[in-house]
Design a protein around this ligand. Sequence first.
Ligand SMILES: Cc1cc2nc3c(=O)[nH]c(=O)nc-3n(C[C@H](O)[C@H](O)[C@H](O)COP(=O)(O)OP(=O)(O)OC[C@H]3O[C@@H](n4cnc5c(N)ncnc54)[C@H](O)[C@@H]3O)c2cc1C
Length: 408
Amino acid sequence: MRIVVVGGGIIGATCAAFLAERGADVTVVDADKPRFGTSLGNAGHIVVSHSIPFAAPGMVKQGMRSFMKADGAFAFSSRPGNGTLDWLIGFARHCNAKNVSAFHSGLDQLLHRSAELLLSDSTLEINTRGLWQVFTGSGAEDRAAHEAAHMREYDVAVRDIDRDELRAEPGLTSNVNAAIELSEDLGLDPSQLWLRMRQRSETAGARWIGGAVTDLSSAPVVRTSSGEEQLEADVVVLAAGAWSPAVARSLNVDLPIRAAKGYSVTLQGVESPPTRPMLLMDQRTALNPLASGLRLSARYEMTTPDDREIVGHRIQGLISRARQAVELPEVNTSVEPWTGVRPASIDGAPYIGFLPQRTTSHRVLVASGHGMIGTALAAGTADLVTRLTYDEPVSDAEARLSPSRLFA
Ligand SMILES: Cc1cc2nc3c(=O)[nH]c(=O)nc-3n(C[C@H](O)[C@H](O)[C@H](O)COP(=O)(O)OP(=O)(O)OC[C@H]3O[C@@H](n4cnc5c(N)ncnc54)[C@H](O)[C@@H]3O)c2cc1C
């Protein structure tokens, strides 16, 4: 089987690894943006617990409130791009219980499979201490209990954290008054994961080419700085993240994926950081203690895929909000600011499956739109992509993630 993977972020790299290990003849084409790619500097939370699609009841209210605040978690960048308003209206229409029941089970299966596959790779450094959701200020205990009850409705493994355990966790300030543990969630360094998947793909024989594929209507042509190369493929896997809609347009397919920009910083010199991945719920900030430093990340700005502007006060805002919950040095001598764009789908679930459109040369399998949880979903996605490619069984819940829902 000859496979061309368009896009070498974490989704493309993991698909390439699994397909090549299965024996396929794999070529990965990446437009040389992984160093800016969203897959490298993100929070690195493997959130097995996040099986509720992002478009869910309550999100519209939450988003509206946030859009009104100067420093809210959801925002528009200075270049939101054409069609953002229509996308937001479409997203709001999907924020209902029907949407949750359509995708919850498929996401749950993929997330659990991902965790299982990652844990079976002994070369990866994985934090298995569970992810804590941390609450500050007054009413923290009630908010924690409410969140735990909500998670348990969806059978998420939740553990209540008592005061003694909370106080024993290093690095938290006295503002932190409650926490719950999402016990199956994991933490890792996303760039280590990406490198490992690239290495696995290459060890299994995959070839990586720097260049762009813009037209899928015939045998893919890679445009590189030194010219063009035509590739033979039985299957093209479209895994170009927030750029996937631009490539799908060559098949007259409108993939409703928008770029949602976020920031992270990696702080060095934090003397006694927390020991596990955390979500600072009242600060809407993710935290992950990595070997390279303490990573903080936040924000969800509607933007265009090539927006790489790092707005200085956003970084300062991110650090000072985190400081409400975590002991951080007053002066950070070494801060690595980073930004990346999540590929956000209109119904909050990824598109994984074949397009019904036929080309004369190959079939197109989309693996894109993973939004907030692409790192967590990558291994499960690649496993599903491999089964789809080799015409092996998939569950009904997995089949509902197919892009065919766009043509129903
Ligand atoms: C601040 C922040 C924090 C996050 N935290 C987490 C987290 O804790 N856990 C989690 O699971 N997820 C997290 N995410 C989301 C996660 O980063 C994304 O879902 C994931 O990286 C998407 O991967 P991808 O491979 O689809 O896209 P990308 O990583 O963007 O890769 C797409 C690739 O396609 C290439 N490309 C584009 N156009 C073309 C073309 N025409 N031809 C060839 N190649 C092309 C690009 O160069 C790029 O390398 C976070 C995101 C952000 C921004």
